[in-house]
Ligand binder design. Structure first.
Ligand SMILES: *[C@@H]1O[C@H](CO)[C@@H](O)[C@H](O)[C@H]1NC(C)=O
Length: 583
């Protein structure tokens, strides 16, 4: 009896052992698989870096050859010309496209060595150059070298958004915007760096690394069009194409001291640009120009709003640039606000806003206080409808089989968190940190299609309400603060809330642009010490740290108009630039 029992027992034990060892083997093989997968990813990234290095090497060689064939040519004069001046000289024949292209590539190589802002130099720019020789009509962008943001489709190259799964997806054709640029004579010569997934303002990803700010390398260039802004701000490009879903053209333009314009959605074509969040239409992605000054933005908009664009993309309304609206001198009725009621601006942001307001008043415009309604609602709705409508699954899945960039770790966790966990944490945090609690609840998303449609209805109602307030005051345009100066490196990935200043005009679908005006002073820095924010919470503290040590960094203001009043928006931008540049 006892013997039998012992036998049964040992059999069970054996089974248990077997189970345990099978488990161990399984776990070990899973670990090995994971390790192999990661090694594979690292190898693929290594290959891509080699491809980039090779493109840099080829460009250096091309520059050498150019100098050998054209001894004594000095590109520095070329780099100092504004875009309209350069365009004129190229069309006159006073400068050759070749001399301009090589001057810019040489400078871009130098800036890239310094800031790591380029993801690839486009080897075919030399054949674009040859193509120009045969063209009889010289378009407005004839011979102008242009840089494009990494996810803007370019034939034969991937649009990765800093994610490895897209490295082997080579574009079969150019995006429409690249098509039109080329048609107008531009030479597209490089692609520029972005944050991983684009849904951050810290321009860093595991494939191409981190980009630095041209004004101070302890700062970030912001993002997501951060490589673009850094390259232009550093002088290595005269015109760039960026995209904007929550501020991605305006934030880096402000941080790098350049001008950037986000047009009304669909005024320019986004066809052939990899979307940040596939299928998300509640907040549309916009594409727009970035450059050193407003005249450059205007010249580019004029060049792009052409028959070629309207023919390529029938979804773009066939509206040419309205010169009359842009050059009108009738005084404007300008609404303005110093703060949005959701995130308190720092002293320097507020100071330049008030100084600009005063300049505009002195120039004969009418300035009217305007309170944007419910910006807190707008911010949480942006999270809920744009990023997390599906609980964050679409974005979360993009990280699968990737190395997660250290700057994306916090948001990655949020994209991957279960909704039960989000609710639980939201409940715990509510008494001490209400903004974090509301963020977590927004990140739960819509849950059902019915809720999703209700959210979108709420967004439409919000736009109606906003326009009603705007109309009540008979405003032409709005002047408002722009987030700045550039954050210290590492802070953009941890602090999303101050994008309330830019994302507002994405969810409203209004055109908006930024104009550089002045820089951080010693007094601003002193005042910053007293900054407490509206909520005295960890975000306010983080913000104070993020913008600290900013003396000398560029600042901007933001200009806004109603949908399809892009020219009016640019007009205000031009006025602000002229007034702020006057000695
Ligand atoms: C860059 O910023 C740091 C503080 O973050 C400051 O100490 C340094 O002086 C700045 N450099 C320049 C060139 O302004």
């Amino acid at each position: 009896m006892q013997v039998k029992m012992a036998a049964v027992l040992s059999e069970h034990l054996l089974e248990g052992k077997l189970l345990v060892s099978t488990g161990c083997i399984l776990a070990a093989s899973l670990l090995v698989l994971r390790w192999r997968k990661r090694r594979q990813i690292r190898r693929r990234i290594e290959e891509e870096r080699k491809r980039r290095e090779e493109s840099v090497r080829l460009m250096r060689k091309a520059i050498e050859k150019y100098h050998e064939q054209n001894p004594g040519v000095d590109g520095r004069g070329i780099l100092e010309l504004t875009l309209p001046e350069l365009s004129q000289k190229l069309r006159d024949g006073a400068l050759t496209p070749e001399s301009v292209l090589y001057s810019y590539i040489e400078k871009a190589l130098e800036v890239n060595d310094d800031l790591n802002c380029v993801t690839v130099f486009l080897g075919d720019c030399e054949s674009q150059l040859k193509g120009l020789r045969d063209c009889s009509v010289r378009g407005p962008l004839y011979g102008i070298p242009v840089s494009i943001k990494e996810h803007v489709g370019y034939q034969g190259h991937p649009s990765t958004c800093g994610l490895v799964q897209y490295l082997d997806v080579l574009e079969e054709e150019d995006s429409f915007i690249v098509n039109v640029l080329k048609k107008q004579g531009a030479i597209v010569f490089t692609k520029t760096n972005v944050p991983q997934t684009l849904l951050s303002a810290e321009t860093s990803n595991p494939i191409y690394g981190k980009t630095l700010n041209p004004h101070n390398k302890t700062k970030g260039p912001s993002g997501s069009s951060g490589g673009e802004a850094a390259l232009i701000g550093g002088g290595g490009s005269i015109l760039g194409i960026g995209t904007d879903l929550g501020g991605s053209i305006r934030l880096p333009s402000s941080a790098c001291g350049i001008a950037g314009f986000k047009p009304t959605p669909n005024r320019l074509s986004t066809h052939g640009i990899r979307p940040c969040i596939d299928g998300m239409t509640a907040v549309p992605l916009c594409v727009g120009p970035m450059a050193r000054d407003i005249d450059s933005l205007v010249l580019t908009m004029k060049a792009l709003l052409c028959d070629e664009l309207f023919k390529l993309d029938p979804n773009v309304p066939p509206l040419y640039f309205n010169e009359e609206k842009f050059s009108s001198v009738i005084p404007l009725r300008i609404g303005y606000y110093e703060e949005d009621g959701f995130f308190q601006p720092n002293p320097s942001m507020r100071r330049v806003l008030l100084e600009t307001k005063k300049l505009l008043e002195e120039a004969g415009h009418q300035l009217v206080p305007f309170t944007p309604p419910r910006v807190d609602f707008a911010y949480y709705m942006f999270l809920k409808t744009a990023l997390f409508s599906d609980e964050g699954k679409t974005v979360g899945d993009k990280f699968n089989n990737n190395i997660v960039d250290p700057n994306m770790e916090e948001s990655h966790r949020l994209y991957k968190m279960s909704s039960g966990m989000k609710r639980f944490l939201a409940f715990c945090l509510r008494p001490i940190f209400p903004r974090m609690s509301r963020t977590l609840l927004s990140a739960v998303g819509a849950r059902t299609v019915t809720n999703c449609w209700l959210d979108q209805t709420a967004l439409q109602d919000y736009q109606t309400e906003f326009i009603r307030e705007w109309r009540k005051l008979c405003l032409d345009v709005v002047l408002c603060p722009m987030l700045g100066p550039a954050f210290n490196i590492g802070y953009y990935g941890r602090l999303l809330a101050p994008i309330s200043y830019t994302m507002l005009y994405n969810i409203l679908q209004f055109p908006a642009g930024v104009v550089p005006v002045g820089s951080v002073t010693v007094d601003d820095e002193k005042d910053l010490k007293h900054y407490r924010g509206y909520n005295h919470d960890p975000w306010d503290k983080l913000f104070r740290e993020a913008v600290a040590d900013g003396v000398g960094l560029p600042l901007s203001i933001q200009c806004v108009a109603l949908p399809y009043q892009d020219e009016l928006c640019l007009r205000l931008m031009k006025e602000v630039e002229t007034l702020s540049r006057r000695p």
